[in-house]
Ligand binder design. Structure first.
Ligand code: FMN
Ligand code: SF4
Length: 407
C-alpha cells in the first residue's frame, strides 16, 4: 500500500487513528514498491532478521523514520491525535491485512534500541538486554500473549483483537492479562461504545461481529472503509438524519437488517413507522446466518435492531405480510419495500422438482431432515457454512465448487 493510501485511511477513520499511525510506520519501513507483499509464518524469522539488518545498515531509512516520528510528535497539540508506535507481538500473518511480517518493524526497533544503538547499549541493564533478546526470539515465533509480555516488561501492555464488548474488556483488565484494551473494528462499528458503556446503556451498543466484510476486506482495494452494521461510517460529516417538519405514516415491508434500518432512520427523523414481517422474527437472512457453528454473535445485532425500534416507538407486526389492503387500511403515506433476496437456483434440469434438493435456509432453520450423505452445490460462504453445520450433525458432506477454492 502506498503511503498516501495509508494516510487516506487515517483521515477516513479517526477511530482507529492510533492503529493506522502505527501501521504507517510499518509500511514505510519495508515496502516502497506500492504492492502488497505476502508472507507465510514459516519465513517470518528470516524476514525479521532481514528487517533488523535493514534497519541497522540503512542509515537513510533510520534518519527518515526518526524525522518522520519527530515531525508528527512536534505537531501534537490538544487538537492533534496522539501518536503511538506499536510493538506487535502477534499480528496478522501478512497475507490478509499487513504488508509487514508479524512485528516486522516495531519489535526490531525495540531490539535494536536496547541491543544495537550505542546510546541504549551503554545504558541498558543486563535485565533489559535479556528482555529484549527474549522478546525478539519469542516474537519471531509469534507465540507470546499479552499476559506473557506483561511478565517480561514493566511498561503497560495493550492487547487487541475481537474485543467488541465492554464486559469482555473489563474481564481482561480484571484478570490482569493486559493493562489497556485497543478496540479497532469495535470502534468502527460503534464509535459511541465507550460513552454508552459509561452511561450504562449496554443494550444500545452495536457490537462488531468480526465479519471483516466492510472494513479489513476492502482495505487493499483502495475503497473507503465501511461497516456492514454501521451505515453511518464514513458519512459522519454529513450531520446525521435531520428532523422532519412534516411527519408521515411510513410502512416498511420486511424486518430484515435493511428494513429495520430504514424504520430506525425514519423514526429518528420523526415519522410514525410500522414494519410488516411475514415470519415470526426479525433479521431476514441475518437470522439464518447466525445459525451455523461459531456464527451466533450475529444475533447481537438482531437484538440491537429490535431494541432500537422499541425505543423509537416503531411497531413491528410479525406473522403479517404487507398487502395492498393492509397498506390502504393503515392510511400510510409512504411504503418502503425491503423484502430481501431469494436463494439463487442453478440451471440444472429437474432441480426444482426434485424431492432430494433443498436450499441452505431450509437446512439451517431446521425445516428439513438432512440425509446421511449430503452434497452442497456452491462452496461460497453460505455453502461452506452449511456444510460445516451438516458435519456437526455427523452427516457425510461433499462440496462442489466451480472455483479452485471454497468460501
Ligand atoms: C480499517 C483497518 C485497517 C487496519 N490496518 C492495519 C494495518 O495497516 N496494519 C496492521 O498491522 N493492522 C491493521 N489493522 C488491524 C488492527 O490494527 C487490529 O490489529 C485488528 O483490527 C484487530 O483488532 P480489532 O478486533 O480491535 O479490530 C487494521 C484494522 C482495520 C479495521
Ligand atoms: S464490517 Fe464487520 S468486522 Fe468490520 S467493523 Fe463492521 S461488523 Fe466489524
Amino acid at each position: 500500500m502506498k503511503k498516501t493510501t495509508t494516510w487516506k485511511i487515517i483521515s477516513a477513520v479517526l477511530a482507529v487513528a492510533l492503529i493506522a499511525v502505527s501501521c504507517t510506520w510499518a509500511f514505510t519501513a519495508n515496502n516502497t514498491s506500492g504492492k502488497p507483499e505476502t508472507t507465510s509464518a514459516s519465513d517470518t524469522a528470516d524476514k525479521s532478521a532481514d528487517a533488523l539488518s535493514l534497519w541497522t545498515k540503512d542509515a537513510k531509512l533510520k534518519t527518515e523514520l526518526t524525522d518522520y516520528m519527530k515531525a508528527i510528535t512536534n505537531k501534537s497539540s490538544k487538537d492533534f491525535i496522539p501518536v503511538e508506535n506499536r510493538i506487535a507481538v502477534f499480528d496478522m500473518d501478512g497475507t490478509l491485512c499487513c504488508e509487514t511480517d508479524p512485528g516486522y518493524f516495531d519489535h526490531k526497533l525495540l531490539y535494536h534500541r536496547v541491543m544495537e544503538d550505542p546510546d541504549y547499549k551503554n545504558k541498558a541493564s543486563k535485565e533489559e538486554k535479556a528482555v529484549a533478546k527474549k522478546i525478539s526470539d519469542d516474537i519471531q515465533n509469534s507465540n507470546l500473549t499479552a499476559k506473557q509480555v506483561k511478565e517480561l516488561v514493566k511498561i503497560p501492555v495493550i492487547t487487541v483483537s475481537r474485543v467488541n464488548d465492554p464486559f469482555l474488556a473489563d474481564e481482561i483488565l480484571a484478570s490482569g492479562k493486559a493493562d489497556i484494551i485497543a478496540m479497532g473494528r469495535a470502534s468502527l462499528c460503534d464509535p459511541e461504545m465507550p460513552n454508552k458503556a459509561k452511561a450504562g446503556r449496554f443494550e444500545d451498543i452495536r457490537r462488531c461481529i468480526g465479519c471483516n466484510d466492510g472494513c479489513i476486506g476492502v482495505l487493499f482495494g483502495d475503497e473507503p472503509i465501511t461497516c456492514v452494521l454501521n451505515p453511518e461510517l464514513g458519512h459522519e460529516y454529513e450531520g446525521g438524519i435531520p428532523e422532519t417538519s412534516a411527519p408521515k405514516k411510513v410502512a416498511v415491508a420486511g424486518a430484515g437488517p435493511a428494513g429495520l434500518y430504514a424504520a430506525i432512520a425514519a423514526a429518528r427523523a420523526g415519522h410514525k413507522v410500522t414494519v410488516f414481517e411475514k415470519t415470526d422474527h426479525n433479521g431476514g437472512n441475518f437470522y439464518t446466518a447466525a445459525i451455523p457453528p461459531t456464527k451466533g454473535e450475529i444475533t447481537d445485532f438482531l437484538v440491537w435492531q429490535r431494541v432500537q425500534c422499541g425505543k423509537l416507538g416503531v411497531e413491528i407486526r410479525y406473522n403479517t405480510a404487507a398487502t395492498a389492503a393492509l397498506i390502504k387500511e393503515g392510511g400510510f403515506d409512504k411504503v418502503i419495500v425491503a423484502t430481501g433476496s431469494h436463494p439463487a437456483v442453478p440451471p440444472i434440469p429437474g432441480i426444482k422438482d426434485s424431492p432430494i434438493v433443498t436450499n441452505a435456509q431450509e437446512v439451517l432453520e431446521g425445516r428439513i431432515f438432512p440425509g446421511a450423505k449430503c452434497v452442497v452445490i456452491g462452496g461460497g460462504q453460505v455453502g461452506a457454512e452449511t456444510a460445516h453445520f451438516l458435519t456437526q450433525m455427523l452427516r457425510k458432506v461433499n462440496i462442489l465448487e466451480m472455483l479452485p477454492e471454497i468460501a
